[in-house]
Ligand binder design. Structure first.
Ligand code: AMP
Ligand code: MG
Length: 338
């Protein structure tokens, strides 16, 4: 029952990114048939659409990859490797799969590049707030301060050779919520490509990646959710120069208490919710390895976010502020429809 409740709650709160496609006309009579499947995994709705021979088996294999990464990283699952690391905090190092090492190293390098706005050791804070789990719960300042002392990516010990991870303070914990979906999506795309798929779209709750173009040669076009109107789109982007688009927002998982919105993204430096922006969408190319930037950009806000984004050439952003302003980086100007 609890599981079902969680699924229902989460599916209502998930970002719905609309894929604007379906070409009509004479060509569509002979158009290849898509295979499309939707599953609820990693606390979100995952849609995979693929064209071409063997598409059904390829999509199923891509879902297996999502499931595998979820099993490694789900901190609500007692058997996941992340839970094992967290349970051993302050006590012992834990041996993990290479995927977990890769995710933690990616997160740590992002933390270094982005002044700690992203911090994969944020577990003590996300657990304290429990957005989406504890109802309308606002912790006290002393509770926030205490949790904040347990958040510091610089303390994370990763031994590449031994493939072990150690959290040196009891109570520290890893939260791969911002990283695992993106990593799993990248892996799922690799699986589809290895199965010979040349045209596909994977949408994992606002984390979108594509292969090639639509079968009619048109680019995949993706709608960006309006953060304050769940039925509306704030923008549309044609994925011509980019093959990935990820959005982080305060409308996916949140509660409102005394007219204040409390969302699931926490600033590790203050222990509270950043409020300048309502959502950030990042477009990039898989080759440029700019994954997992939107969460950090949400924390950094428009000015600092734009400045730090310059470290990732070819990667562009749309910030939608809390008061409805839309700010795009220069490389996206003119290439996005409002
Ligand atoms: P996303 O929706 O991809 O931006 O990921 C948000 C999730 O990442 C949250 O639900 C938390 O599990 C986790 N998280 C929240 N704040 C941070 C942060 N500052 N750094 C790293 N992970 C975070
Ligand atoms: Mg994300």
């Amino acid at each position: 029952m609890k599981g079902l409740q969680r699924i229902l709650i989460s599916s209502c709160l998930v970002i719905i990114l609309v894929v604007l496609s379906t070409g009509c006309g004479v060509g569509s009579l002979f158009a290849p048939k898509p295979y499309k499947e939707t599953q609820f995994l990693m606390d979100t709705i995952i849609d995979i659409t693929a064209y071409g021979q063997g598409n059904e088996a390829a999509v199923k294999a891509a879902f297996d990859e999502f499931r595998r990464i979820n099993e490694l990283t789900n901190r609500f699952d007692d058997n996941s490797q992340v839970t094992k690391i967290n349970q051993a905090a302050g006590k012992a190092k834990v041996q993990v799969d290479a995927d977990v090492i890769t995710m933690l190293k990616l997160a740590r390098s992002r933390s270094e590049q982005l002044g700690g706005a992203l911090d994969v050791t944020i577990g003590a804070l996300t657990e304290l707030w429990g957005v989406g789990h504890k109802g309308e719960f606002v912790p006290s300042q002393p509770e926030i301060e205490a949790a904040r002392l347990l958040v510091d990516y610089r303390l994370l010990e990763i031994d590449d050779k031994e493939r072990t991870v150690f959290l040196p303070k009891a109570g520290m914990s890893i939260d791969l919520g911002a990283v695992a979906k993106s990593y799993a999506n990248r892996r799922a795309i690799e699986v589809l490509k290895a199965k010979g798929i040349k045209s596909a779209l994977v949408n994992a709750g606002g984390e979108v990646r594509v292969i090639g173009t639509r079968p009619d040669g048109q680019p995949w076009r993706v709608g960006v959710q309006d953060p304050r109107d769940m039925e509306g789109l704030a923008a549309k982007v044609a994925l011509t120069e980019w093959d990935s688009l990820e959005t982080s927002g305060d409308y996916q998982r949140f509660f409102i208490k005394d007219n204040v919105r409390y969302a699931h993204i926490i600033d590790p430096r203050t222990g509270t919710q950043p409020r300048e922006v309502a959502s950030v969408t990042i477009v990039s190319n898989s080759d440029s390895h700019a994954d997992v930037l939107s969460t950090a950009m949400f924390v950094l806000g428009v000015e600092k976010g734009q400045e730090l984004l310059k470290q990732y050439p070819g990667t562009e952003a749309l910030f939608i502020t809390n008061d409805g302003k839309k700010v795009v980086t220069p490389g996206l100007a003119g290439k996005i429809e409002f």
